[in-house]
Design a protein around this ligand. Structure first.
Ligand code: NAP
Length: 252
């Protein structure tokens, strides 16, 4: 068996930028082969750039795959491509996510459905496909990106909060189903992290948020990636079905 075939394989959805990119880098730094994912062919070059950068820096095998996780066939193809290239899928990080904010009274069905389809159903599609392989392997780590908004709610985000609360229920149920096969499933609930997603905040909104954060700053993608790396490791084998907030003390 070659050194590359010996390495664990991690799939990180939505890893062209932001938290997903940081997670992909961190798992590669831990010695895993990494599958980087973009939502479409249009953003595939961004995924390819991340994959190339990681391969060069950490000396692991990488693959860039365009797949919209909201579409069952594309999510299945993403996991199949990872398995085909690596002979296994050991770690799945469901990070792909979007927001379509607006007050509930004025929110369209399209905005509600789009967020549920990607954040919640996309997570389900990838979990289902990867769990089948992990059950045969009798080892796996699933980390699903929720949000403090899924725990506490937020004005203007009924769709997003529902999707992220759904991710928590899904993760706990999956953890119960898979525990006997050495597969853990946990949810990470970031607070406000400096990425494209939070770039849209006005200065006033940003100041109001920071004033509620004990640490006095927005989080960095690496703050999340460090926890994901631990949850994906052998050392985290007795942690499953948990929701871990990483929010600088905002929710205290
Ligand atoms: P981001 O910078 O906006 O990046 C989103 C990533 O998701 C991109 O790689 C994007 O790919 C991908 N994506 C979007 N729709 C997709 C789809 N249908 N299929 C596959 N990939 C898709 O977001 P982020 O701030 O890093 O957030 C990452 C995750 O953390 C999300 O689940 C988000 O809800 C969660 N989160 C973020 C924060 C925060 O403060 N930033 C807080 C709590 C939770 P493309 O480049 O192809 O569009």
């Amino acid at each position: 068996m070659t050194e590359s075939e010996n390495r664990r394989c991690a799939v990180v959805t939505g890893s062209t930028r932001g938290i997903g990119r940081a997670v992909a880098r961190e798992l590669a730094a831990a010695g895993m082969n990494v599958v980087v994912n973009s939502s479409s062919e249009r953003s595939l070059p961004a995924a390819e750039a991340v994959a190339a950068e990681i391969a060069e820096e950490f000396g692991v095998e990488t693959l860039a795959v365009a797949a919209n996780v909201a579409i069952e066939e594309e999510a299945n193809a993403l996991i199949a491509a990872a398995a085909e290239a690596n002979g296994r899928v050991d770690v799945l990080v469901n990070n792909a996510g979007i927001t379509r904010d607006g007050l509930a009274a004025r929110m369209s069905d399209d905005d509600f459905d789009a967020v549920i389809d990607i954040n919640l159903k996309g997570t389900f599609h990838c979990c289902r496909a990867a769990a089948k392989l992990m059950m045969k392997q009798r080892w796996g780590r699933i980390v699903n990106m929720s949000s403090v908004v899924g725990v506490y709610g937020n004005v203007g985000q009924v769709n997003y909060a529902a999707s992220k609360a759904g991710v928590i229920g899904l993760t706990k149920s999956l953890a119960r189903e898979l525990a006997r096969r050495n597969i853990t499933a946990n949810a990470v609930a970031p607070g406000f992290i400096a990425t494209d997603m939070t770039d849209a905040l006005s200065d006033a909104q940003r100041e109001a948020i920071v004033s509620r954060i004990g640490s006095g700053r927005l989080g960095e993608p690496d703050d999340i990636a460090h926890l994901v790396r631990f949850l994906a490791s052998d050392e985290a084998s007795y942690i499953t079905g948990q929701v871990i907030c990483v929010d600088g003390g905002m929710s205290l």
